[in-house]
Design a protein around this ligand. Structure first.
Ligand SMILES: NC(=O)c1ccc[n+]([C@@H]2O[C@H](COP(=O)([O-])OP(=O)(O)OC[C@H]3O[C@@H](n4cnc5c(N)ncnc54)[C@H](O)[C@@H]3O)[C@@H](O)[C@H]2O)c1
Length: 382
C-alpha cells in the first residue's frame, strides 16, 4: 500500500497532510509513503526528516494507492491522479461543485475530511474540529495584534488598566477555543450561541453567557444550530446591536453547515462600537458574520478594524499539520483491512458519510445538491 503526499499548491497553504511522526507509524505498519520534495517546508519539516521517518522523497506521488492532501485539488492535480487512486483531503463538498464534478469525471474515489460524520467513533478523524481549534486560538491573537490596548487587567505604577471586554459570537469548536484563549490572556469574556446547550460550556471556561430572546434554543439536527427565520434574524441583530457596542473585541464564528454565514453584526452595530475596537470574522469563507466584512481582507470601518482571515490554520502550520495528519492517519486505519490493503466498507457510517465520489458518480447527497444547484439553467446551457 503506497500513500502519496503532494506539496500543497493552493495560495497561502502552508500545511502538509502527513508529518514525519505519522509517517513513522505508517511505515512501521508496512506502508510505503512517498512525499513530494518540499511538501513539509511550510510546516518547517525538511525532506530529510521525512526520510528519517521512513518516507521516500519522490515526484511520483499522484499514482499512489491513496493520495492525502489538505486543500482541494486543482484541475491539474486531478488530471495527475491515477485511475485507481483514492483521494483524501478537504474537498469542499458543499462549496466546491467544480472540484466534485471533476473528481467524478476522473472516476476518482474521494473522501472529504469535512464530511466525516461528527460521531464519537470518528472524533479522532475530525479535522474540521482540529483545524477550528487552531483558528479559534489564533483569532484572539489576531485581534490583540490590531487592538491598541491590553487584554488583561494591568496594575502599573502609572495606574490600573481594566481588562478588555471580548465577545465571542458562536460557541462551537472555534468559538469555545477563542473564549478559552481570551480568558487565558486575562480578558473579560462573554460568549453567545443560539444553542442553549452550550451556555454551560461557555460558563465552565470562566466566561459569561449572553442570553438573547431571539433565536433562543435554535437547535437543529445532529447537534448543529438550525437557520433562523427572517423574523428571528432581524430580532437577533437588533438585540445584539446594543450589546456589541460595549465590547473592545468581537470574534465571530457562527455557522450553519451548508448555509451562508448568519449575519449577526450589522453595519449599524459596527457604527455603535468604540473607536479602536476590533472584529475578527472567522466566517468570511461563507460571506461573513459581519455585514462590513470583506472576506480575506482587513478593513477599517467607522474606526473599527474588521479582519477576515480565510485560512488561520495555515498561519500555524506546524501544529495544524500535526493535528491534521493524526486525523488522516485515523481515517486511513479505518479504510484498511487486517492485511494492510484498502478495503472500503461502504456499510460503515463513516466511510459512506465521508465518500464524495465513487465509480464516476457523486455519492454524497449534499455534494450532489451543490453540483445540481451550480448547474446552468437549461436555457443558459443551450
Ligand atoms: N477563517 C479560518 O481560518 C477558519 C478556520 C476554521 C474554521 N473557520 C470557520 O469558523 C466558523 C466556526 O467553525 P466551527 O468549526 O467552530 O463550527 P461549529 O459548527 O463547531 O460552530 C458554529 C457555532 O455557530 C453557532 N450558530 C449558528 N447559527 C448561529 C446564530 N444565528 N447565532 C449564534 N450562533 C450561531 C452554532 O450553534 C455553533 O455552535 C465556520 O464558519 C468555519 O468555516 C474559519
Amino acid at each position: 500500500m503506497k500513500v502519496g503526499v503532494p506539496k500543497e499548491t493552493a495560495a497561502g497553504e502552508a500545511r502538509v497532510a502527513l508529518v514525519p511522526e505519522v509517517v513513522r507509524k505508517l511505515t512501521a505498519k508496512g506502508f510505503e509513503v512517498a512525499v513530494e520534495p518540499g511538501a513539509g517546508a511550510g510546516s518547517m519539516l525538511s525532506d530529510a526528516v521525512y526520510e528519517d521517518a521512513g518516507a521516500t522523497i519522490s515526484d511520483d506521488v499522484w499514482s499512489a494507492d491513496v493520495v492525502v492532501k489538505v486543500a482541494p485539488p486543482s484541475d491539474a492535480e486531478i488530471a495527475k491522479l491515477g485511475g485507481d487512486t483514492v483521494l483524501i483531503g478537504f474537498l469542499g463538498p458543499l462549496s466546491n461543485p467544480k472540484t466534485t464534478q471533476a473528481l467524478a469525471d476522473a472516476g476518482t474515489t474521494s473522501f472529504a475530511m469535512e464530511a466525516i460524520p461528527r460521531i464519537s467513533r470518528a472524533q479522532s478523524m475530525d479535522a474540521l474540529s482540529s483545524q477550528s481549534n487552531v483558528a479559534g486560538y489564533k483569532s484572539v491573537l489576531v485581534a490583540t495584534n490590531h487592538l491598541g490596548r491590553f487584554l488583561p487587567m494591568m496594575m502599573t505604577a502609572a495606574g490600573t488598566v481594566p481588562p478588555a471586554k471580548v465577545l465571542v459570537l458562536g460557541a462551537g469548536v472555534a468559538g469555545l477555543q477563542a473564549i478559552a484563549t481570551a480568558r487565558r490572556l486575562g480578558a473579560q469574556v462573554t460568549g453567545y450561541d443560539v444553542r442553549a446547550a452550550v451556555a454551560e460550556q461557555v460558563q465552565s471556561l470562566g466566561a459569561q453567557f449572553l442570553e438573547l430572546q431571539a433565536g433562543k434554543g435554535a437547535e437543529g439536527e445532529g447537534g448543529y444550530a438550525r437557520e433562523l427565520t427572517d423574523e428571528e434574524k432581524a430580532a437577533q441583530q437588533q438585540e445584539l446591536a446594543d450589546k456589541i457596542a460595549t465590547f473592545d473585541v468581537v470574534i465571530t464564528t457562527a455557522l450553519v453547515p451548508g448555509r451562508p454565514a448568519p449575519r449577526l453584526v450589522t453595519a449599524q452595530s459596527v457604527k455603535k462600537m468604540k473607536a479602536g475596537s476590533v472584529i475578527v470574522d472567522l466566517a468570511g469563507e461563507t460571506g461573513g458574520n459581519c455585514e462590513l466584512t470583506e472576506p480575506g481582507e482587513t478593513v477599517v470601518r467607522h474606526d473599527v478594524t474588521i479582519v477576515s482571515p480565510l485560512n488561520l490554520p495555515a498561519s500555524m502550520a506546524e501544529h495544524s499539520s500535526s493535528l491534521y495528519a493524526r486525523n488522516v492517519q485515523s481515517l486511513l486505519e479505518l479504510l484498511l483491512g487486517e492485511d494492510g490493503e484498502l478495503h472500503l466498507d461502504f456499510d460503515d457510517e463513516i466511510v459512506a458519510g465521508a465518500c464524495i465520489t465513487r465509480d464516476g458518480e457523486i455519492v454524497h447527497p449534499g455534494a450532489q445538491k451543490t453540483v445540481e444547484a451550480a448547474a446552468p439553467a437549461p436555457e443558459e446551457a443551450s
